[in-house]
Design a protein around this ligand. Structure first.
Ligand code: ADP
Length: 260
């Protein structure tokens, strides 16, 4: 007896996105085909204006294509209502941005709890899951700190904890290391690799930095609204070993007992 294989996690078929009309019409995507299996780690590259953000917005169910089909686990996303897309997003997708996008006067813990609050989880469940997510990004002990009290690298860790607290199937990261120095960037890549490897989260990451793209197992290059190249990376960068001063990069807060 033959079994039917599961559909690919993500399938884009002939996806186009038009902005404007008439003389101001612009085709930001011109018939994209892309298939992504569960567990992949994909870097999306390409010059500014090549369509990366447009594609990420469609992949993230924040925007709909002008033409073509987007299947997520075999379901036609382009046919879903706005509410249905929002539900799909909340259930399956996590987002990480270049600018962290944390609430400023809100603790790390409350920032991470937010998606669970929107989902209607009870307070105790929210707290438990958020504490666990912060632990898993190496921020145990920092729960009470606000973004202003954290380094850029730590803020991005909080943002990653917020993205994974709902246990998404896919993490969409838009230039996640764009605001960080080189060492912090490599630490964030190590974290994304670990989430991909240990939790099986599919990672789609836009980056301009070849050093960061080198961690991905697949490199998709956009050019002028099309996919110009789609290559496997035969030698992804290994997980970076912590630098000698990694402890200094992530010091424990003085009053850890109180902070927890
Ligand atoms: P990238 O992320 O690779 O820089 P984008 O997807 O942002 O590229 O943009 C692709 C093209 O679509 C660009 O020419 C850009 O100017 C255009 N574009 C993007 N968003 C809009 C919009 N909301 N309205 C009109 N044109 C847009």
């Amino acid at each position: 007896m033959s079994t039917v294989p599961p559909p690919p996690l993500i399938q884009l078929q002939g996806i186009s996105r038009r902005y404007g009309s008439g003389a101001s019409e612009l085709m930001a995507l011109k018939g994209i085909d892309l298939q992504i299996a569960g567990g992949e780690f994909v870097a999306i590259m390409g010059p500014s204006g090549s369509g990366k953000s447009t594609a990420m917005n469609i992949l993230g169910c924040l925007d709909t294509p002008s033409a073509g089909q987007y299947l997520f686990r075999g379901a036609h996303v382009e046919a879903l209502s706005r509410d249905q897309r929002a539900r799909l997003r909340r259930r399956y997708l996590g987002f990480v941005f270049q600018g962290f996008n944390l609430l400023a006067r809100t603790s790390a813990l409350e920032n991470v709890e937010l998606p669970l609050l929107y989902r209607g989880d009870a307070a105790v469940a929210r707290r438990t899951a958020a504490l666990r997510a912060l632990q898993s990004v190496g921020l145990g002990g920092w729960e009470r700190h606000t973004p202003a009290e954290l380094s850029g690298g730590q803020q991005q860790r909080v943002a990653i904890a917020r993205a994974i607290v709902t246990e998404p199937a896919v993490l969409l990261a838009d230039e996640p290391t764009g605001n960080l120095d080189s060492q912090r960037s490599h630490e964030i890549m190590a974290l994304l690799l670990a989430l991909n490897r240990d939790q099986g989260i599919t990672v789609l990451m836009v980056t301009h930095e070849p050093d960061m793209a080198a961690y991905a197992r697949r490199l998709v290059h956009f050019l002028d609204g099309r996919i110009a190249r789609d290559l496997l990376n035969p030698n992804p960068s290994p997980t970076p070993t912590p630098a000698p001063d990694a402890g200094a990069a992530l010091p424990k807060p003085a009053a850890m007992g109180e902070a927890a």
